[in-house]
Write a protein that binds this ligand. Structure first.
Ligand code: HEM
Length: 430
């Protein structure tokens, strides 16, 4: 591969760039953007070069470019033992589009509104049980809440032994795979060993999921049910085939892994930001009491702008392609930086400032607000997540006063591929 045709970037040794990326990714991106401009190349250990872009016109080229040349599935391969080979996250080309077509309907329109009551009931019951008058870390509480919403709305489980059993297995399995020892083995161990370990870890969860899928196929009210699993059981491939049990299991795990922690982290950041902006919090509370949600939506947008849960998305070039006026060779990764795009002063004046009003004054232009990525890979659950976040924020700020334990903002901490509040969004509820 001809590397010197790539846009300029830091000349630091790969090991130093990798360390900078692991420990201070935001500073590193900002320093590179300040020095090399909108487009630059990073070289990280074990990775093909990353050509990072942040100008909305170039981001648009990546999101709307030919999908047969801009692949994303390969970059997600590490997830395969968790989500299985049929996952929409791992596929590219026609196979990817076919899975998206099957998965999209329950995440749109009237389906979404049919989830309102369940989401509200889960949020009310969870928040009512959170301790009052003492410091609490909201992030893990939000994780339990969003997991419960996935179990009820996506898996369609009702209260009872089956829900309790699957929840307990999932919590145990996710904790084991996220723990330090788990991460070391799962990320660094030899590929075959990793895959075998993960399959072992997920054996009980899989058993319960397959039992649930079988049971649901046989249940008498499948046609009336609106949960995602039931909708998937009714959908058909283009050739008329139903989705197989393995396909459905893989997509359920995909939705769980893509949708639970991301939404919990976004919610934790919303609270972390709001408690340090009492005027915004007061305006939000007033609006919730009046039954509106314009300002709430602006809070959601502004938090995802300033604290995007994921700082980038990536596409691997399958053949040479001109991006941003530069002919890039096959094999490189083109990486729209969500973080840098959201902090451009030409798009967002005083970008460091948390100011939800900016989204009431102007609608963001195309490809300037991209926390959910874009194009044919745009987050499938974006509208679902926004609906859920609106409900959780409304329930929390409509029922409690939320106070910070310190005025100091919580710094961003990297956790896997997400960015979380370092102190877990610690607050006191009254
Ligand atoms: C605030 C919460 C969320 C954020 C910030 C988020 C962000 C993202 C991002 C950045 C991508 C990659 C897009 C790209 O490559 O262009 C993505 C993909 C995806 N997300 Fe989300 N997500 C969230 C919630 C959810 C939820 C609730 C679900 C489902 C229940 C979900 C399901 C998915 C799926 C299935 C994909 C893969 C789409 C594809 O490859 O075609 N996400 N998400």
């Amino acid at each position: 591969m001809v590397l010197d045709v790539l846009p300029p970037g830091p000349r630091l040794p790969v090991a130093v760039q990798t360390a900078a990326w692991i420990f201070r990714p935001w500073d590193f991106m900002e320093r590179c953007a300040a020095r090399y401009g909108d487009t630059f190349t990073l070289r990280l250990a074990g990775e093909r070069p990353w050509v990072m872009v942040s100008h909305p016109d170039v981001v648009k080229e990546v999101f709307t470019g030919p999908r047969e040349l801009l692949h994303a599935g390969q970059a997600n391969r590490i997830l395969r033992p968790f989500v299985g080979a049929n996952s929409v996250l791992l596929l590219d080309g026609d196979a990817h589009m076919e899975q998206r077509r099957l998965l999209m309907p329950p995440f749109r329109g009237s389906h979404l509104t049919s989830y309102t009551d369940t989401m509200t009931a889960v949020a009310q019951s969870a928040i009512a049980g959170w301790p009052r008058g003492e410091p609490i870390r909201l992030h893990p509480l939000m994780q339990s809440l969003t997991l419960e919403i996935i179990l009820r709305v996506v898996f369609g489980l009702n209260e009872g032994a089956r829900l309790d059993h699957l929840r307990a297995e999932l919590v145990r399995t996710l904790a084991a795979s996220a723990g330090v020892a788990g991460q070391m083995l799962l990320v660094l161990g030899p590929r075959k060993v990793r895959a075998a370990l993960i399959r072992k870890l997920f054996r009980n969860v899989d058993r319960l999921l397959y039992a649930e899928i079988d049971e649901r196929r046989r249940c008498g009210d499948l046609e009336e049910r609106s949960d995602v699993l039931s909708v998937l059981l009714r959908t058909r491939h283009e050739d008329g085939r139903p989705m197989s049990n393995v396909e459905i299991r893989d997509e359920l795990m995909t939705l769980l892994l893509a949708g639970h922690d991301t939404t919990a982290t976004a919610l934790a950041w919303m609270v972390e930001r709001l408690v340090r902006h009492p005027d915004d919090q007061a305006r939000l509370v007033e609006e919730i009491r009046a039954g509106d949600h314009q300002f709430r939506d602006a809070v959601i947008k502004e938090t995802l702008r300033l604290r995007p849960v994921l700082s980038l998305v990536a596409r691997r070039l399958k053949a040479p392609l001109e991006i941003g006026g530069v002919e890039l060779p096959a094999g490189v990764n083109v990486v729209p930086s969500i973080y840098l795009t959201h902090r451009r002063p030409d798009l967002y004046p005083n970008p460091e400032q948390f100011r939800p009003q900016r989204f009431l004054e102007h609608n963001p232009g195309a490809n300037t607000w991209i926390p959910f990525g874009g194009g044919v890979r745009r987050c499938l659950g974006a509208a679902f997540a926004e609906h859920e976040m609106r409900i959780v924020l409304g329930t929390l700020f409509g029922s409690c006063t939320v106070a910070p334990i310190s005025q100091r903002a919580e710094p961003m901490k990297r956790r896997g591929i997400t960015h979380v509040p370092r102190r877990g969004a610690t607050v006191t509820l009254h």
